[in-house]
Design a protein around this ligand. Structure first.
Ligand code: PEP
Ligand code: MG
Length: 823
């Protein structure tokens, strides 16, 4: 039993009076509300401060008695972005009843918020609150309520089980643990029986619940503690540590600077400002998306019947998601499918059904409570995940209500769709041939629907504010998502200017795409091969479609990460064969495994390393584990037709490593009966390899610059650390000098040299690279047409001149300025 004292001075009200169903219908838990008369929130009991929203509008406390208490100052106050709030307490601090937590300006918050009424909620099931009278004025410290039962009763059960393991990793994913990584974590844990929590500082989450993982709000660069208990705790902790440390394919880039999302859109005349979610420019006709909420009965028709109905609707939705195509849509479907299995949602819905609610009411309550928890974090990225919860809420309820699959809304030609929010499932129904753009009042730039729009090439603006919903249907609009603007009343001049810009863009893109399948030659006839980087079996088709002349880097790690055992020789051979077949007879450069260091795998026990980027990774690891290397080399030789096959070695620092791999390749050739020589190249991605390129090129068949690692090692800037992200620029003259040295070394022995790091995908870098002697660029498939188009504009003499000037620059900014001058 815990006594709660009043955390605020004001009028005590029952929760039912809060004008928000999430609180009033107790979707997050029981509690009460206070209409404040002073701008101070104090601790209602002795507690640990578990979380404070970065925007200062809410605080979560772990009461000494075990209950979790959320105090949410006013309604929709997250939109104030912190204005008017001053956080006094510190996350992790032990506070006594009456200690100040947050101060706020009654006047400022009161003027902007929907309501100042402040819900005080006991989060989660199992706790009950007994309130002593409402409708009265209370002062801070007045006795208010008693909490009975629940909270933390089971907390130590798991710890008592046999076996425990702990791992600490730094989160490399650019956007931290957002929906897709959360889904992967839950998925990876499935084969294990261990209980697991993930913790960042004082915040912890059940690793089997996506909703809990999202609420953890774990960010790029934060240290995450993985604690597992149970008989297979060690394996489970290892698997999750490896998964996270491997970056899940999202560690290539530091977080992009987020455009500040205006809490309320700025309207200047007929211009509405928003946030770019997908780039592009469009002229179109305003078309509003109207979606009616499906009504659900509150009361159920019997617990067993409602449980069965919910189970069948969930199964129906899982089936629908399993049939989703490929690419971005498939990834998002997988994230939604994982949400459907989330234990936090399932438990909340089941508890409501057990209390007599209908399946629809229970499901809606569970998803909305989870959404409210995400909103309460105040974290803009997590708040964007609310749309995913709304989507699965709507689709499951539609199945429960027996509605047919929602019909596609009719769109006029060149429609600019206007909506409060757009859900991924709604986007997927839209007729792309008629969709010119999208503008939403809410939403965020990294929402799933934004990813879908970007991959479909549909310009999209989000967070444009409520004014967008008042745009008349059928109005002609100019959506300039590149400039984050919607023109709601464009005059003749603006329309004509936009038409001209659109025509220019269409021409440039069409020219680049039309010529994407032609060889790339500079204007004076120098042949530059433009290849594609591949990281998964499915990428090969996109590479060929984009004009890739082959694969310049197959990152084979994708086959090895996220699994409990290494892939067998047969499995690898099948995958390499599938990729080779999709490439037709184009060359395929397979990179041997680049795992270890910051890309560990669970089934390879390795000692913890202080500096993993300088540790046992790439060729060092494969030479230390010849079984892995031999298996992979045999699989490559069996899977890839010999005429197409080339092999490349990562993280080399000296020729001896290449020699050792060549011996292994000879063993593999004998084992597979391959008599022809297979070209064996070296990635130049350490300063040592660049400086020893002539010695390496004497023995290598080709060289390829890994500009991502070469940059991090040359500049001593961790490529995954946000603090150094802005400095990791491969156009830094120090990196360019290393590339120049490598090119000289290759030329000395008549070897070709390419670039397969991120620098090759940047058309702006092409002139300098060609000027330094690079003759192959292996780029992301989507960049191939633009890279080829840029190559065709260049002349070798000019490239050499700009390269020479770039080598003489003092920093990357000077090099970029030089490129700007000469473009
Ligand atoms: C590189 O380092 O530039 C490279 C291509 O390898 P990865 O990005 O896979 O480390
Ligand atoms: Mg590399």
């Amino acid at each position: 039993m815990t006594r709660l004292l009043s955390p605020m001075a004001g009028w005590l009200a029952p929760l039912d009076e809060v004008p928000d169903p999430v609180f009033a219908e107790r979707m997050m838990g029981d509690g009460f509300a206070i209409d404040p008369v002073e701008g101070l929130v104090a601790a209602p009991c002795a507690a640990t401060v578990q979380a404070i929203a970065p925007t200062g509008h809410s605080v979560t406390l772990s009461a000494a008695g075990g209950a979790t208490i959320l105090i949410h100052i006013g309604l929709e106050t997250v939109a104030l972005g912190g204005a008017g709030f001053e956080v006094v307490a510190r996350v992790g601090a032990q506070v006594a009843a009456g200690d100040p937590l947050i101060r706020f300006s009654l006047d400022r918050v009161g003027r902007s918020a929907r309501s100042l009424l402040t819900p005080v909620i006991l989060i989660g099931a199992g706790d009950r609150i007994e309130l002593s009278g409402t409708g009265r004025r209370v002062a801070i410290g007045d006795p208010l309520a008693t909490i009975h039962g629940g909270g933390g009763g089971d907390r130590d059960r798991a710890a008592a089980q046999a076996g425990s393991a702990e791992r600490v990793v730094t989160i490399p994913m650019a956007h931290g643990i957002h929906a897709r990584p959360a889904a992967r974590i839950v998925d990876t844990l499935r084969p294990f029986s261990a209980g697991m929590t993930l913790a960042v500082g004082e915040r912890t989450a059940d690793a089997r619940s996506i909703v809990a993982l999202l609420s953890l709000a774990a960010k790029h660069g934060e240290r995450l503690t993985i604690a597992a208990t149970g008989t297979d705790a060690a394996g489970a902790a290892e698997a999750i540590a490896a998964l996270i440390a491997g970056g899940m394919g999202e560690a290539d880039h530091a977080p992009p600077p987020r455009p500040p999302a205006p809490p309320v859109a700025a309207a200047i005349g007929s211009t509405l400002a928003g946030v770019t979610a997908a780039p592009g420019l469009a002229i179109g006709t305003a078309c509003h998306l109207a979606v009616a909420e499906i009504a659900v009965p509150a009361d159920g028709a019997g617990i067993a019947a409602e449980r069965a109905a919910l189970a069948s609707a969930l199964a129906g939705m899982r089936r629908a998601l399993a049939g989703k195509a490929t690419g971005a849509a498939a990834d998002i479907a997988a994230a939604h499918a994982a949400l459907l299995d989330d234990p936090a949602l399932a438990d909340a819905a089941d508890a409501a059904i057990a209390a007599g609610r209908s399946a629809g009411h229970a499901w809606r309550g569970a998803t909305r409570a989870a959404a409210a928890t995400l909103r309460a974090t105040g974290d803009a990225l997590l708040i964007e995940r609310v749309a995913d919860l709304a989507d699965i809420e709507r689709q499951v309820i539609a199945l429960l209500a027996g509605s047919e699959a929602a019909a596609a809304p009719p769109l006029p030609p060149a429609a600019i769709l206007i909506a409060e929010e757009l859900l991924p499932s709604q986007f997927m129904l839209l007729d792309m041939a008629r969709l010119a753009g999208i503008c939403t009042a809410g939403g965020g730039p990294t929402s799933h629907v934004a990813i879908l729009a970007a991959s479909a090439g549909v310009p999209m603006l989000v967070a444009a504010g409520p004014a967008v919903t008042a745009i008349p249907e059928g109005r002609t609009l100019v959506l300039d998502a590149d400039a984050a603007r919607l023109e709601t009343d464009p005059g003749v001049a603006l329309l004509a200017e936009t038409e001209a810009r659109l025509a220019d863009r269409r021409r440039a893109r069409a020219d680049a795409v039309a010529a994407a399948h032609d060889d790339a030659r500079t204007a004076d006839g120098i042949r530059i091969e433009v290849f594609a980087n591949l990281g998964a079996t499915g990428d090969a088709a996109a590479a060929v479609a984009a004009g890739g002349e082959g694969c310049g880097l197959l990152r084979t790690e994708f086959l090895f990460l996220d699994r409990a055992t290494a892939p067998s020789e047969d499995e690898q051979a099948r995958d390499y064969a599938a990729i080779a077949a999709t490439l037709g007879d184009r060359p395929l450069i397979v990179r041997t495994l680049d795992i270890g260091g910051d890309k560990p795998v669970a089934y390879l026990p390795m000692a913890a390393e202080e500096n993993p980027a300088l540790g046992l990774r790439g060729v060092r690891l494969t030479l230390a584990r010849p079984d892995l290397l031999d298996t992979q080399l045999r699989a490559i030789l069996r899977g890839v037709p010999l005429g197409q096959c080339r092999i490349m070695v990562p993280m080399v620092i000296e020729p001896a490593e290449l020699r050792a791999v060549r011996h292994a390749l000879d063993r593999a050739r004998i084992a597979t009966g391959v008599e022809v020589a297979i070209p064996l190249g070296v990635m130049i991605e350490t300063p040592a390899a660049a400086l020893l390129a002539d010695a390496i090129a004497r023995e290598a068949d080709f060289l390829s610059i890994g500009s991502n690692d070469l940059t991090q090692y040359a500049l001593a800037c961790d490529r995954g650390n946000p603090a150094t992200a802005a400095r990791v620029d491969a156009l830094h003259p120090a990196v360019l000098r290393l590339i120049a040295e490598a090119a000289k070394g290759a030329a000395a022995h008549g070897r070709w040299i390419g670039v397969c790091g991120g620098l090759a995908s940047d058309p702006a870098a092409a002139a300098i690279l060609i000027g330094l002697g690079i003759t192959e660029l292996s780029a992301a498939p989507a960049s191939i047409p633009a890279v080829k188009a840029r190559v065709r504009e260049l002349r070798l003499a000019d490239c050499r001149a700009i390269a020479a000037r770039a080598l003489a620059c003092g920093d990357a900014a000077e090099v970029r300025a030089l490129i700007g001058e000469t473009a």
